[in-house]
Every structure is written in structure tokens, then in C-alpha cells.
Write a protein that binds this ligand. Structure first.
Ligand SMILES: Cc1cc2nc3c(=O)[nH]c(=O)nc-3n(C[C@H](O)[C@H](O)[C@H](O)COP(=O)(O)OP(=O)(O)OC[C@H]3O[C@@H](n4cnc5c(N)ncnc54)[C@H](O)[C@@H]3O)c2cc1C
Ligand SMILES: NC(=O)c1ccc[n+]([C@@H]2O[C@H](COP(=O)([O-])OP(=O)(O)OC[C@H]3O[C@@H](n4cnc5c(N)ncnc54)[C@H](OP(=O)(O)O)[C@@H]3O)[C@@H](O)[C@H]2O)c1
Length: 285
């Protein structure tokens, strides 16, 4: 399935869930990636880059018939000023949540726990001039939020969004979003020429290839945009990918003398998992 966007006209009624929000649009980007937008709870405040728990009701218990919410962590892909919330999701064929979530329709309800958290926030970094967003796969989601936030461009002179995926079709969501920003009536003038986009594939031929880590280490990305080598005084990084990617970029940052930041102790770089490893799920409640 490719790029099919549905509209609210096709809405159909569903039972009311706890903390329910209504799906307003859905786009399928390829066979295993989709994005969707939902209504935003009036009371929900979040900082661009944070994540929340979302989900659906699980199957009824075979004996008691009781249903429990099935929740997973999701980065909010829309910026903090947006009236709606956007999410960018993988479809794991046997995944407890996404095997069902991939079939949601406009007008359906999802559960959204309104408790945003996370470390990929501007507050967790010391002031700097140049921001690097390093991500793989669905790890682009928090940066889809941040690149639409005017505060990013007020705080940084240059923003480099580097995204690596296996296949070109996985780059589409990010590429389309970046392309749309220049002419965006709300954010376009903040973005100007500050946002530099570097997207690569590793398992399919495309205009730019290779792992983002190799391209950072060997200076390819810096060369492309005529940037100086990574420097702890001027450069800040946010990282979101698999555990392996996160550890590799952490090593690159620490080798450059940078320290990891957090909400309570800002530093020169921050890291967050884009998903939990094979067969493991975490409870963030
Ligand atoms: C902080 C945080 C933020 C997250 N944000 C997002 C997000 O914005 N979008 C999103 O799609 N997922 C995100 N995830 C992963 C998400 O929580 C679920 O794991 C995912 O929705 C699959 O749920 P599931 O129940 O179908 O399968 P699960 O049982 O949760 O996962 C099954 C297996 O699928 C693989 N997997 C799960 N999620 C992904 C993924 N995103 N990319 C590649 N492989 C994956 C892993 O190997 C995992 O062990 C995030 C996870 C964390 C910890
Ligand atoms: N068709 C499907 O249903 C489908 C689709 C996508 C993913 N999945 C499954 O989901 C899981 C995760 O998939 P994913 O592709 O999103 O994540 P991933 O395995 O982390 O790979 C995403 C991208 O990151 C690169 N990468 C991985 N580790 C890295 C590191 N340490 N440093 C730099 N780059 C690194 C990969 O390059 P390399 O190619 O060089 O490893 C790939 O280009 C896998 O188990 C996969 O089988 C299933």
C-alpha cells in the first residue's frame, strides 16, 4: 500500500475508550510504515520531542472477558503548537499493538495517556550554534516534531537532520515533511535555509548511501554542508534509533569530549530509544 490518505468524511462510530482521542487522518507510506493524526486533549501540554503512551484495548481475556489497554511508547511527531497530534508508526506484523493499530480508520478512537516525557527536548541541551539530529527508522518521529518548532531555529543557526533507513521508501515521510517546510505559512520563515537534510539508505541503492555513524565519523556529512569538524563548544546532538545506533553515536560524542544531557542536567548530547529490542516491551506507566 502506498501513500493513501483518508479523510474524516469516512468516519464511523466506535465504542468510547478511556483517554480516547479520535483519528482524523491516516497516511500509509509503504507496507510497514504509516502516520496518523488524532485530536489533541485540551489539557495536554508537551515539549516538542517528547513521547506519550498510546494504544488500543487488548483482546478480551479468554475466561473473564475483561479487556485491558494495550499501550506502547510513541514519540509525538507533531510540534507543540499543533492543534492535533501526529504519530509515525511501524507495522510489526505479529506486534501486539501495531498488528491492530495499522488497521485504524478515520473516526476510530485510540487511547492516549496525556503524560508526555522524554529527553529529546531543547531544555536538556546546553546552548550551542549547530544542532545535529541523528536517527534511523521511525527514530525520525521526535525530530519531525522539533523541525516544526520555531524555538529550534531561534536557538540554533544551523540544523542538520541525518536519517538512515534500510530502503528508500522508508525515507519518504521525512523527505516529504522537510520539502514542505520551506513554503509552510506558519514555520517556513523560521526554517529559512537553516535546515539541512541528509538521508541515506543501507540496503538499497539511492542517491546517498551508508550508515549515518560512518558518514559522521569520516566527515562526509560535514563536507556536504561545508561544516567544521564536530566541536563540543558549538555542536549539539540529539540521537534516536536502535540501541546499537544510540551506543555508537554516544561513543562518537564522548570521543569528541561531549557529555550526555538530561532534563535535570543539560549536556552536549541527548539520546532516546526509537524502540525496545527484540521481544522486549517496557512499561512507562
Ligand atoms: C521512547 C520510545 C518511543 C517510541 N516511539 C515510537 C514511534 O514514534 N513510532 C513507532 O513506530 N514506534 C515507537 N516506539 C516503539 C513502540 O513503543 C512499539 O514497540 C511499536 O509500536 C511496536 O509495538 P507492538 O506492540 O506492535 O510490538 P512490540 O512487542 O512493542 O515490538 C515487537 C518488536 O518489533 C520491533 N520494533 C518495535 N517497534 C519498532 C520500531 N519503531 N522500529 C523498528 N522495529 C520496531 C522490535 O524488535 C520489538 O522487539 C517507541 C519506543 C520507545 C521506547
Ligand atoms: N518489513 C517489515 O515488516 C520490517 C520493516 C522494517 C523493519 N523491520 C524489523 O524491525 C526491526 C528494526 O528495523 P529498522 O530497519 O527500523 O531498524 P534497524 O535495524 O535499527 O535499521 C535501521 C537503519 O539503521 C541502520 N543501523 C542499524 N544499526 C546501526 C548502527 N549501530 N549504526 C548506524 N546505523 C545503524 C541500519 O543499517 P544496516 O542495514 O546496515 O543494518 C538501517 O539502515 C528489525 O528487526 C526488522 O527486521 C521489519
Amino acid at each position: 500500500m502506498t501513500d493513501q490518505t483518508l479523510t474524516l468524511n469516512e468516519a464511523k462510530p466506535v465504542p468510547v475508550l478511556p483517554d480516547a482521542q479520535t483519528v482524523t487522518s491516516i497516511t500509509h507510506h509503504n507496507d510497514w510504515l504509516f502516520s496518523f493524526r488524532v485530536t489533541r486533549p485540551q489539557s495536554l501540554r508537551f515539549r516538542s520531542g517528547e513521547f506519550v503512551m498510546i494504544g488500543l484495548m487488548g483482546d478480551p481475556h479468554p475466561e473473564t472477558g475483561k479487556q485491558k489497554p494495550l499501550l506502547r511508547a510513541y514519540s509525538i511527531a507533531s510540534p507543540s503548537w499543533d492543534e492535533e497530534l501526529e504519530f509515525y508508526s511501524i507495522k510489526v506484523q505479529d506486534g501486539p499493538l501495531t498488528s491492530k493499530l495499522q488497521h485504524i480508520q478515520v473516526g476510530d478512537e485510540i487511547i492516549l495517556r496525556p503524560k508526555p516525557v522524554g529527553t529529546l527536548v531543547l531544555d536538556a541541551l546546553l546552548p550551542g550554534n549547530r544542532m545535529y539530529f541523528i536517527c534511523t527508522g521511525t527514530g525520525i518521529a521526535p525530530f519531525a516534531s522539533l523541525i516544526r518548532d520555531p524555538e529550534l531555529y531561534e536557538k540554533y543557526d544551523e540544523v542538520i537532520l541525518a536519517h538512515t533507513c534500510r530502503y528508500e521508501s522508508e525515507l519518504k515521510y521525512g523527505a516529504d515533511l522537510v520539502a514542505s517546510l520551506a513554503d509552510d505559512p506558519l514555520i517556513g520563515e523560521f526554517v529559512g535555509d537553516k535546515l539541512k537534510y541528509y538521508a541515506t539508505t543501507t540496503r538499497e541503492n539511492s542517491p546517498r548511501m551508508g550508515r549515518v555513524t560512518d558518514l559522521l565519523r569520516n566527515g562526509t556529512i560535514a563536507k556536504e554542508f561545508d561544516l567544521p569538524p564536530m566541536n563540543k563548544d558549538t555542536d549539539r546532538l540529539m540521537v534516536c534509533g536502535s540501541m546499537a545506533l544510540n551506543l555508537d553515536v554516544k561513543d562518537i560524542c564522548e570521543t569528541a569530549g561531549m557529555t550526555e544531557g538530561s532534563n535535570s542536567m543539560p549536556g552536549e548530547f541527548v539520546v532516546e530509544k526509537a524502540f525496545v529490542g527484540e521481544g522486549v516491551t517496557e512499561n512507562f506507566d
